[in-house]
Each structure stands twice: as structure tokens, then as C-alpha cells.
Design a binder for this molecule. Structure first.
Ligand code: AMP
Ligand code: GLY
Length: 440
């Protein structure tokens, strides 16, 4: 059987889950992760691919270093975890040099990288989403302020700065005064001001949020899993936004009928639209949805696996991830089937106390040896030192368990979480609670 060497780019829980899933494939030759983390070190070789010391700034020097690595190690497939390199064009750069990359091109990654592009596409192809107006140019903020003061009658509105703003660029304004305050916050933040050359104002969609993940080679797609993330730090979805404090799947809010609607009204129309625009989308497409009374609508697209959704999605997948990824990059997805577990999966993120604001690092983690073999622990922010495992980030570990129903998946997950400790550890106790309410 042919074996394929693979490079995974990234260092979080998502990338640990990718490395874990790839390492189970009989097709895998050698696995490299750059930079990886102590969790991925147990599955393959962690390497830290860096641009040459005298290279000019910008992503190309790093891409060049990756190109050399791929040739030296005879890598058959590069899997890009996070969005930034995709938006910067890593796929185009490496493909132009003969490599296979799982992840969309720069133009296709605009679905995540540019909210104005995504909105324009959805409006043009009548893909269900919130109504919106765009303001652009130097006077964008000024024009927006005037529009909100004089013309808008429907509150709340959602104000979004274009570009990747690490979740900071979205404001929900309930009235005029609040919207002016939000505009001033954008003016006062250098990074947001940069993104504010293009601003979108959206209708506020009422409903429950959930996401659907699909893998696609541009023409064919395979649904993977529906899931629900928990973005806020506090229980009951309160407090500051985070990268994600836990996830579960499948999401009961997306039943069979809803899933068909998502496929027919959102997934395939999006792939068709991208093809027609000359930007065929290849990789994993993350549909961030609002399930409204009028059906599913797009909140956002992402061009990569979610973190922590990936940590439930991949354990729930019975198919060979490497085989699916190779089929994707070779435009052969049509020949494959995806098989998912009938079980339910839950992931609880253990974080450093204080996250997403200031937090301490370097706390010793204990109890991992007591975790059941039925559960999985993916590393997000850890480092090893003298044989000890230490915390090294805001989100530290993703603990994943499954069960025949959502309740047992959640119970099984928290049983394992309670065995793990480090100083000042924090996690939400209500991961999956919304799903339980719905599934009764
Ligand atoms: P985004 O970065 O576009 O995903 O927005 C971040 C979060 O803001 C989403 O996960 C939603 O919770 C919320 N949000 C964004 N747009 C809307 C909208 N049009 N209606 C309601 N909530 C929204
Ligand atoms: N969990 C949210 C994200 O990956 O964007």
C-alpha cells in the first residue's frame, strides 16, 4: 500500500485532533507537525519551520521555508489548520510549486477573510443570510454614523469590520447611543480602524446558532457533522468572547430536515457560486448558521475546521481522514463515502483562570494518567519541561468523550475533566446544556 508523508500546520487542540485522526490512517507514512505541541509530539515529529533569518517580512518567506521542507521530506500532503495562512495564500504558493495542500486558495479563503466578499456573494446568489448594507472608503465610519442616526429604524443592528479581527470586529448595537459608542470603539482601536475601510451593518437574526462542517473538492461535498460551540467564557453564554470553551455534536437544533435545507439552500449554492466566480472552494467549509423561524441562515463562513468543534468532529468520524483529504486535493471526492458514528460527542475546554484576559502560565498539569481510555485529551496550550506537563496558553486542554446519547456524552466528558487539575484551572460546567434542553 502506498504511504503518504503529511505535514500539519498549527499548534492548537484542532491540530492535535487532526494529527490524531491522521495517525490512525493505514495510508500515513511519516507525520510532521509545525510547530505542534506536546500532544502532537506523541503522534509524529514536531518541527518548527521558520523563514530564513535574513528574509524580508511577510508570509512568503515562511511559505518558501515550507516549500523546502516539503521537498526535503517528500511530503505528499500539507494540512493547514488555522485561517491566516490560507487567507495569505499558502495554498496558491505551494500548489504553484507542485505540492498538494488541503485548504482553499487565497481567493476562495475570502469567504472567511473578507466579510464584505462573503456578503456580496450571498446576496448575489440568494443564499439566505441577514440583510446588510456596506459602507466603504475613507468616510465609511462617518457615513455609517449618519445612516444609523438618520435612516435606520430597526434595532438591534450588527456592525462588522471587514477582515480577520480575531472575533473583535463584531458589535451588536441595541440602540442609536450604543451604536455610536461602538463606532467610537472602532475608531479608537488601531487594528479595527484598519479593518474599518469596509464596514457592514446587518439585520440582527433571532434564533439559535449552530455550525455545519462539510468537506469539498469544489464540486462534490460530504457533510461531516453539525455542532454547537460555546464562545463566551461564562456559563449561560455570558461574559467575554473566547476562541471557544467547548462543543458538542451532532446539534439537536439541526435535525435531518434542517440538514437537508442547509445542503440545498446554503452548502451547494455556495459551492456553485464560488465555481461561477472562478474561485472553486476546496477543503473544509465551516458554515456558521443561525437557525431562524424562516430556516437556516449564514452568520459567517470559515475556511477551516473549528476549534474546538474539530475535537468532536474527528473522533465522531469513522472514515479515514487522510483518504478523504487526498480525495479532496485530487478532485476525487465523488468516489468516497463518509461514515460518521451514531454516538454523540462532547468536548470541554479546560482553560487558565483569567482567560480570555490576563492569565498565568507554567502551572503543572496532573491527572492525565487517570483519564479513561474511552476519552481523548487534546492539547491546546501546553509545554513540557523536565518530564512535566505545564500550562502554556489560555485554552490548555480539550477533553472529549462520547456516549449513546448527548446526556451520557456530557456526563462521560465531565467525569474525565474532574480527574485533571492544574492551579487556577477553569472550565464551563454547562457545555451541551442547550442541546439537552432541546433533545428533552
Ligand atoms: P461573526 O464574526 O460574523 O461570526 O459574528 C460573531 C458573532 O456575532 C456570531 O457568532 C453571532 O453570535 C453574532 N452575530 C453576528 N452576526 C449576527 C446577526 N446578523 N444576527 C445575530 N447575531 C449575529
Ligand atoms: N470555534 C470557533 C471557531 O473555530 O471559529
Amino acid at each position: 500500500m502506498a504511504k503518504y508523508n503529511v505535514l500539519v500546520l498549527g499548534s492548537g487542540g484542532r491540530e492535535h485532533a487532526l494529527a490524531w485522526s491522521l495517525s490512525r490512517s493505514p495510508l500515513l507514512g511519516k507525520l510532521y507537525i509545525s510547530p505542534g505541541n506536546p500532544g502532537t509530539a506523541a503522534l509524529g515529529d514536531n518541527v518548527d519551520i521558520q523563514p530564513a533569518a535574513d528574509a524580508p517580512p511577510g508570509p512568503e518567506a515562511w511559505f518558501e521555508a515550507i516549500d523546502s521542507f516539503l521537498r526535503e521530506k517528500e511530503i505528499a500532503l500539507t494540512v493547514v489548520g488555522p485561517e491566516q495562512p490560507l487567507v495569505d495564500g499558502i495554498t496558491d504558493y505551494l500548489e504553484a510549486r507542485g505540492h498538494k495542500v488541503f485548504g482553499p486558495s487565497k481567493a476562495a479563503a475570502q469567504l472567511e477573510g473578507s466579510k464584505t466578499f462573503a456578503k456580496w456573494l450571498m446576496h448575489k446568489y440568494e443564499i439566505p443570510t441577514a440583510e446588510s448594507i456596506e459602507f466603504s472608503g475613507e468616510a465609511a465610519l462617518h457615513d455609517l454614523e449618519a445612516w444609523l442616526s438618520m435612516e435606520n429604524e430597526n434595532w438591534p443592528v450588527v456592525i462588522k469590520a471587514d477582515g480577520l479581527a480575531a472575533g473583535k470586529g463584531v458589535f451588536i448595537s441595541h440602540n442609536r447611543a450604543e451604536s455610536l459608542d461602538h463606532i467610537n470603539r472602532i475608531r479608537g482601536d488601531a487594528e479595527l480602524r484598519k479593518a474599518a475601510g469596509k464596514i457592514i451593518v446587518e439585520e440582527f437574526m433571532e434564533g439559535e446558532e449552530a455550525s455545519v462542517f462539510a468537506i469539498t473538492d469544489g464540486r462534490n461535498a460530504r457533510l461531516l457533522l453539525s455542532a454547537q460551540d460555546h464562545k463566551r467564557i461564562g456559563e449561560g453564554d455570558t461574559g467575554l468572547n473566547t476562541g471557544g470553551m467547548g462543543a458538542y455534536g451532532p446539534a439537536p437544533v439541526i435535525g435531518e430536515r434542517m440538514l437537508r435545507l442547509v445542503e440545498d439552500t446554503i452548502l451547494y449554492p455556495t459551492l456553485g457560486a464560488m465555481q461561477l466566480e472562478g474561485h472553486a472552494y476546496r477543503g473544509v467549509l465551516y458554515l456558521g448558521l443561525m437557525i431562524t423561524d424562516e430556516g437556516p441562515k449564514v452568520v459567517e463562513y470559515n475556511c477551516r475546521f473549528g476549534d474546538p468543534e474539530c475535537q468532536v468532529l474527528l473522533p465522531a468520524m469513522k472514515s479515514d481522514l487522510l483518504e478523504l483529504m487526498l480525495a479532496t486535493v485530487n478532485f476525487e471526492l465523488e468516489k468516497t463515502e463518509v461514515s460518521m458514528s451514531d454516538d454523540h460527542f462532547c468536548c470541554v475546554v479546560m482553560a487558565s483562570g483569567g482567560y480570555p484576559e490576563a492569565y498565568a502560565k507554567g502551572m503543572e498539569i496532573s491527572g492525565l494518567d487517570k483519564v479513561s481510555g474511552e476519552a481523548l485529551v487534546f492539547h491546546s496550550g501546553t509545554r513540557s519541561s523536565d518530564g512535566k506537563l505545564l500550562t502554556n496558553g489560555g485554552r490548555v486542554l480539550s477533553v472529549v468523550a462520547h456516549g449513546a446519547d448527548l446526556k451520557s456524552a456530557i456526563d462521560n466528558c465531565y467525569r474525565e475533566v474532574d480527574k485533571i487539575s492544574f492551579e487556577n484551572a477553569y472550565h464551563r460546567r454547562d457545555i451541551g446544556a442547550k442541546g439537552l434542553k432541546r433533545s428533552g
